[in-house]
Design a protein around this ligand. Structure first.
Ligand code: ADP
Ligand code: MG
Length: 308
């Protein structure tokens, strides 16, 4: 039995009017299933349409063609079921940390008593390590602390899906690492379905269960879905010792450096946008079936076999 798809992107395209007439296709015919509890990262070069895809998932933009189904329902606008963490924190500057988070909690549960709303907000503020800073206003916080408020606010409404658009790219390396650790721990502990955009290969390798590779635009497509061969319980300090670490990293870098440019015009034989190939770098080749009768195997059975 297969698990029902929690998110299903079905043939979506986004086109804009082009200067001088006609239309520019940013991406088209994107098909992507996401399972409940999965952490998916999308990587691709700047301008290929990643933010547009995320905005469509958030309900802030609509596809020119195709639909996105979430938990059995087509998306038709923003919903508190889908929380977004933006790169630029988007906090209300006149509200305190607590005020920013309670604002979200109250929008989600308008009928709950004030004490409940505040307790829910405080719980998530503590979860991101900001206990004690509840009364501070955004202007008094560092970039990392502001982003923590953004994370607490998004998680406090217990969304079905967490959407993140390069949330750590403006932070220094140390803060970025700490926040990645925290988000990873929270998402694993709560089974949070997460869709995140990044252009950072190491970030995708550390966080994602699957990494979606988007080609360059215009007319971008999903080239491949890469299954992360690193164990789900992973520790950033010894990731590089995993036997498949460099195979995975080289595969992703090779895509960004070369294949993201060349893929669209020369896709591999049999490539089908509706079923982008799923690859698992470093995986052992499938065992070759041995015929019971002693017959010779037809050569075609070996033709598409991948080797590491
Ligand atoms: N309102 C718009 N009108 C025309 N083109 C747009 C508009 N919004 C975005 N684009 C174009 O769509 C492309 C994809 O943008 P975006 O989704 O932000 O890419 P990414 O997040 O991958 O860097 C870019 O080339 C951008 O210029
Ligand atoms: Mg973007």
């Amino acid at each position: 039995m297969t698990t029902p798809r929690f998110i299903s992107m079905e043939g979506i395209a986004r086109r804009y009017p082009a200067p001088g007439g006609g239309r520019t296709t940013i991406f088209e015919d994107l098909w992507l299933p996401v399972q409940r509890g999965e952490f998916v990262c999308v990587i691709g070069h700047s301008g290929c349409g990643k933010t547009t895809v995320l905005n469509i998932l958030a309900g802030l933009d609509s596809p020119s063609e195709g639909t996105v189904i979430v938990d059995g329902q087509a998306i038709s606008g923003p919903s508190l079921d889908r929380a977004v963490i933006f790169q630029g924190h988007a906090l209300l500057p006149w509200r305190s940390v607590l005020g920013n988070v309670t604002f979200a909690v109250r929008s989600r549960w308008p009928d709950k008593p004030r004490e409940w709303v505040e307790a829910q907000a405080r719980r998530f503020i503590a979860l991101v390590g900001l206990a004690g800073a509840e009364r501070k206003r955004p202007a008094e916080l560092s970039g990392g602390m502001k982003q923590r408020v953004g994370i607490a606010r998004a998680l406090s409404i217990e969304p079905k899906i967490l959407l993140m658009d390069e949330p750590f790219s403006a932070l220094d390396a140390l803060t970025r690492g700490t926040l990645q650790d925290e988000v990873r721990r929270i998402c694993l502990d709560t089974g949070q379905t997460t869709f995140m955009i990044t252009h950072d290969v190491d970030e995708a390798m550390y966080l994602a269960d699957r990494i979606v590779l988007m080609t360059n635009g215009p007319g971008a497509c999903i080239a491949e879905i890469v299954e992360n061969p690193l164990p789900r319980e992973r520790d950033r300090t010894d990731l590089h010792r995993h036997p498949h670490y460099y195979t995975l990293r080289n595969h992703l870098l090779d895509f960004l450096v070369t294949r993201s440019r060349t893929f669209r015009d020369s896709p591999p034989p049999g490539y089908d946008r509706r079923h982008p190939p799923v690859v698992r770098p470093g995986a052992a080749p499938q065992p070759v079936p041995v015929p019971e009768t002693g017959d010779t195997l037809p050569l075609a059975q070996f033709a598409n076999r991948r080797h590491p």
